[in-house]
Design a binder for this molecule. Structure first.
Ligand SMILES: Cc1cc2nc3c(=O)[nH]c(=O)nc-3n(C[C@H](O)[C@H](O)[C@H](O)COP(=O)(O)OP(=O)(O)OC[C@H]3O[C@@H](n4cnc5c(N)ncnc54)[C@H](O)[C@@H]3O)c2cc1C
Ligand code: FES
Length: 268
């Protein structure tokens, strides 16, 4: 766990905040796709920690990292408390938890699609930062979807990284007019069979539609789930999903949060 101190907690508008904490014991150990459990209150309201993906580590991923970033949306009591966190205050972060996102093998003429909807952009940003420091990263493209342009939080960060990025909005105010799964479909069309893979992080409906697309096209695809996670480290079974054959349960917090689509049940 270790000491951590808040260094920024900026209001990005539309209920989104970017929290940064100096956390030298935690930051070097974080890999993209992992999350932290944030203690949001000193008392018992709310008592249970809240899980958040690490959206970045600074100055760069790996052993030199000293700070972590969390991109969060205010949706309830826990995140309402977080928006009042002040610079200079200590913060209690438990992690890193969960497994890192996978690194599928992609041929030079292939494509790794990274599909984010809403708050799902957070782990994809750290993933792209890690790839940016690799000597031979796989060909990859980020697709971001939101209801309207102002909700495309984090878009600029991908552009600053120089990542090939395309966006969609439901109301057509930016990029492709429609949903991000249809955008993903159109980006997969030109890729030869067997040369594509993908990772998706987003709201439930997007995840279900992405799963269907991946199964239909027989593309190796991982979906990151955001189930409720009371403990985050495998002790409570509050986050489980059944296996596709229904014979047992898997804990999303320790075996995920990302799973290959073929390991997901019909409803998840
Ligand atoms: C592995 C993981 C990574 C996450 N990463 C991020 C992140 O990077 N940024 C971010 O903003 N949020 C992230 N979340 C979701 C975040 O944990 C919840 O939004 C937060 O716990 C809400 O707490 P609250 O007390 O403010 O609201 P609550 O009162 O707990 O919930 C308010 C509303 O949000 C819904 N909600 C709460 N938790 C979830 C959830 N896990 N999935 C879907 N709906 C939920 C509830 O149904 C309710 O309608 C992540 C969740 C998981 C499991
Ligand atoms: S959150 Fe407790 S077991 Fe997964």
């Amino acid at each position: 766990m270790g000491e951590a101190t808040i260094t920024r907690n900026d209001d990005l508008g539309e209920g989104w905040f970017l929290l940064e904490a100096h956390a030298p014991a935690l930051a070097p150990r974080v890999r993209a796709g992992q999350f932290v459990q944030v203690r949001v209150s000193d008392g018992d309201d709310p008592l249970i920690r809240r899980p958040f993906s690490v959206s970045d580590v600074l100055p760069q991923p790996g052993v030199t990292a000293e700070s972590v970033r969390i991109l969060y949306q205010v949706v309830g009591p826990g995140t309402r408390r977080m928006q009042r966190f002040a610079v200079g205050e200590p913060i209690d972060l438990l992690g890193p938890l969960g497994k890192p996102l996978p690194r599928p093998e992609i041929p030079k003429d292939g494509l790794l699609l990274l599909v984010g909807g809403g708050i799902g952009v957070a782990p994809l940003h750290l993933y792209c930062r890690e790839l940016a420091f690799e000597t031979d990263p796989p060909p990859h493209r980020v697709l971001l979807g939101a209801r309207r342009r102002s909700l495309l939080v984090g878009w600029e960060a991908f552009q600053e990284l120089g990542v090939d990025t395309a966006v969609s909005t439901d109301d057509g105010s930016a990029g492709h007019s429609g949903n991000v799964v249809d955008l993903a479909r159109s980006h997969l069309d030109p890729v030869r069979e067997g040369a594509a893979a993908g990772i998706g992080c987003g709201p439930h409906g997007m995840n279900l539609a992405l799963r269907d697309l991946a199964v239909e096209r027989e593309i190796p695809f991982w979906i990151s789930l955001e189930n409720y996670m009371p403990c985050g480290f495998g002790a409570c079974f509050g986050c489980v999903i059944p296996t596709p054959d229904g014979t047992r349960y898997r804990r999303v917090c320790v075996e995920g949060p990302a799973f290959p689509v073929l390991e997901l049940p019909a409803q998840f």
